[in-house]
Design a protein around this ligand. Structure first.
Ligand SMILES: Cc1cc2nc3c(=O)[nH]c(=O)nc-3n(C[C@H](O)[C@H](O)[C@H](O)COP(=O)(O)OP(=O)(O)OC[C@H]3O[C@@H](n4cnc5c(N)ncnc54)[C@H](O)[C@@H]3O)c2cc1C
Length: 426
C-alpha cells in the first residue's frame, strides 16, 4: 500500500487525487525540486512520489556513507570540465545555481560543511544522515507531501478538464492528476520509458565510473600498491587521464581509472569492455629524462642489481615486475644493462600495454552515462521542449560527471531550476 509521510515518521493525508506539482522520484534531484517549488510558491500543492520504502537511498550510501555533497569549484567554465556528458549544456544552469549556492543552501539550514584538500565537500559530521535529515526537514517545513512505497503504473497527458496537465495511474490508489510533472527517477528504467512515451529521445544508458578488470602477470600479488601519478591511455580511443592508480586483486582502480572509465564509458561499452590500456608509470619524465635517470643509475649503482634498485621512486615490487617484463634477469647489475634492454625498460615504464577484459564492480560510486537528450529540454527551466509542463532533473538526463561531488551538484542544480520553474508556471 502507498505510504504517505512528511518526515518518514509523521503520517499525513493519503496520496491526493490532484496536485499542482507532482515530482516522481525521491532522490537528491526530486527533493531539491520539491523543496524549491514549495518554498517559492507556498500556495502550491506539491507531492513527491517515491516507489521504494525510503527516500534518498543513494544519498545515504554516497561517499562511503559520508555524502560528498558537491565540489568546491566555483567557476562554471572550470566546473563543467568534470562532466563527460552535459558539459556544454550545464554552463547556463551553473551560472544560476552552482556549488557555492549548494553550500550556502545547506549551511543556511544548519548543516556545517567542510572542504577537503582535493576540493570535495562533506558535512562536518562525516555522516550522510545529516544531509538526509536536512532535506527531509526542509521538505516537511515547506509543506511537501512525501509518498513512499507508491508505484506509478503509467503517465499520460490529461485529456480531461483543461487538458494541459498529466494523469498518473497509481498501484493500489486512485489516479493522480497534476498540472506540472517532474521526472526525477535517476537511472530507473520507468522514468526513461515515460519520457519516451511523452515524446523524448533517450541516449542509450550505459554504466560510467567503474574499475578495469585486467589479468596480467605484471600485476599479480600487487593488490594495494598505489602509484601517484600515472597516466592512462585508452588505445584506439585517443583518451588519456593522469592521476593516482591503485592496483587491486582483479585489475586496476583508483581515481584515474574511474575518470578514464567515465570519459571512455561509451566506447568501452561499444567494445564490450575489451580494450588495450597503456600505462605510463612515470608521466612526469620524458623519455630523454628517463634514459638519463637510467644512465645515472648505471654509474652510481653499477654493482647493485637492477631489480633491487628502482628508478623514479617506483614501488619495489612493481619495479621488479616491470624489469622482468623488459627481459632483465633477476641478478643482473646496473653496469650490465645493455642498450636494447634500456630501450625495452623505458618502453615498459612509459608505454606498458595491458588488456582490459571486463568492467569491474566498483561500490563507492556508479552513475549512468546517457538518458534524456539535452537538446529536447530547456536548460533554464528544465522543461521539456516537446511536452509542455513536463520537467526533468538529475540522473534521468544525459548528464554525468566524474567522482568528487559533481554528480550530486548536477542533481541539486537541475532540481533547483526545475523547482523554481514549476513554482512560477501556471
Ligand atoms: C554507491 C554510490 C555512491 C555515490 N556517491 C556519490 C557522492 O559521494 N557524490 C556524488 O556527487 N555522487 C555520488 N553518487 C552519484 C549520485 O548518487 C547520483 O548522481 C544522484 O543520486 C542522482 O540523483 P537523482 O535524484 O537524479 O537520482 P536518484 O538518487 O537515483 O533518485 C531517484 C529516485 O527515484 C526513485 N524512482 C525510480 N523510479 C521510480 C518510479 N518509477 N516511481 C517512483 N520513484 C522512482 C528511486 O527509487 C530513487 O529514490 C553515488 C552513486 C552511488 C551508486
Amino acid at each position: 500500500m502507498p505510504t504517505t509521510t512528511t518526515t518518514g515518521s509523521l503520517p499525513v493525508a493519503s496520496l491526493p487525487r490532484e496536485c499542482d506539482a507532482a515530482i516522481i522520484g525521491g532522490g537528491a534531484a526530486g527533493f531539491f525540486a520539491a523543496i524549491t517549488c514549495a518554498e517559492s510558491n507556498p500556495g502550491l500543492r506539491v507531492a513527491l512520489i517515491e516507489k521504494s520504502a525510503q527516500c534518498l537511498a543513494k544519498v545515504r550510501i554516497s561517499g562511503g556513507g559520508r555524502c560528498n555533497v558537491t565540489h568546491a569549484c566555483f567557476e562554471p567554465t572550470e566546473l563543467v570540465r568534470h562532466y563527460p556528458r552535459g558539459a556544454k549544456a550545464l554552463r547556463g544552469p551553473y551560472s544560476r545555481f552552482q556549488p557555492r549556492d549548494t553550500m550556502a543552501w545547506f549551511e543556511s539550514r544548519g548543516v556545517a560543511l567542510k572542504i577537503e584538500s582535493d576540493g570535495r565537500v562533506f558535512p562536518v559530521t562525516d555522516q550522510s544522515e545529516t544531509i538526509i535529515e536536512c532535506l527531509t526537514r526542509a521538505a516537511q517545513q515547506a509543506g511537501v507531501s512525501v509518498h513512499t512505497t507508491t508505484s506509478i503504473r503509467d503517465i499520460r497527458r490529461d485529456s480531461s478538464g483543461s487538458g494541459s496537465g498529466f494523469v498518473a495511474t497509481v498501484k493500489d490508489a486512485e489516479p493522480l492528476r497534476c498540472k506540472r510533472l517532474l521526472l526525477a527517477t535517476g537511472n530507473g528504467v520507468y522514468g526513461w520509458r515515460w519520457a519516451q512515451e511523452l515524446g523524448h529521445t533517450i541516449e542509450e544508458p550505459v554504466p560510467s565510473l567503474f574499475t578495469f578488470t585486467i589479468h596480467d602477470p605484471r600485476l599479480r600479488d600487487l593488490a594495494g600498491v598505489v602509484v601517484d601519478p600515472v597516466c592512462l591511455r585508452l588505445k584506439d580511443a585517443n583518451l588519456e587521464q593522469p592521476g593516482p592508480l591503485l592496483i587491486t586483486h582483479w585489475g586496476l582502480s583508483g581515481p584515474v581509472v574511474l575518470r578514464l572509465s567515465a570519459w571512455g564509458a561509451r566506447i568501452l561499452h561499444e567494445r564490450g569492455y575489451l580494450m588495450e590500456l597503456e600505462v605510463d608509470w612515470a608521466p612526469k619524465r620524458t623519455t630523454e629524462q628517463l634514459r638519463d635517470s637510467i644512465s645515472k643509475e648505471k654509474t652510481a649503482n653499477a654493482r647493485r642489481t637492477i631489480m633491487s634498485h628502482p628508478v623514479e621512486d617506483l614501488p619495489k615490487r612493481l619495479w621488479a615486475r616491470l624489469t622482468h617484463a623488459a627481459g632483465i634477469r633477476e641478478d643482473e647489475r646496473w653496469a650490465d644493462l645493455s642498450k636494447s634492454e634500456t630501450v625495452r625498460l623505458v618502453d615498459e615504464i612509459h608505454r606498458g600495454t595491458f588488456q582490459i577484459t571486463s568492467k569491474g564492480v566498483f561500490k563507492e560510486e556508479f552513475v549512468t552515462c546517457g538518458g534524456v537528450r539535452l537538446d529536447e529540454v530547456n536548460l533554464k527551466t528544465m522543461e521539456s521542449r516537446v511536452c509542455p509542463r513536463l520537467h526533468f532533473a538529475g540522473e534521468i538526463l544525459d548528464i554525468d560527471g566524474v567522482t568528487g561531488g559533481f554528480n550530486f551538484q548536477s542533481a541539486w542544480t537541475t532540481g533547483y531550476l526545475a523547482g523554481l520553474a514549476m513554482a512560477a508556471g501556471e
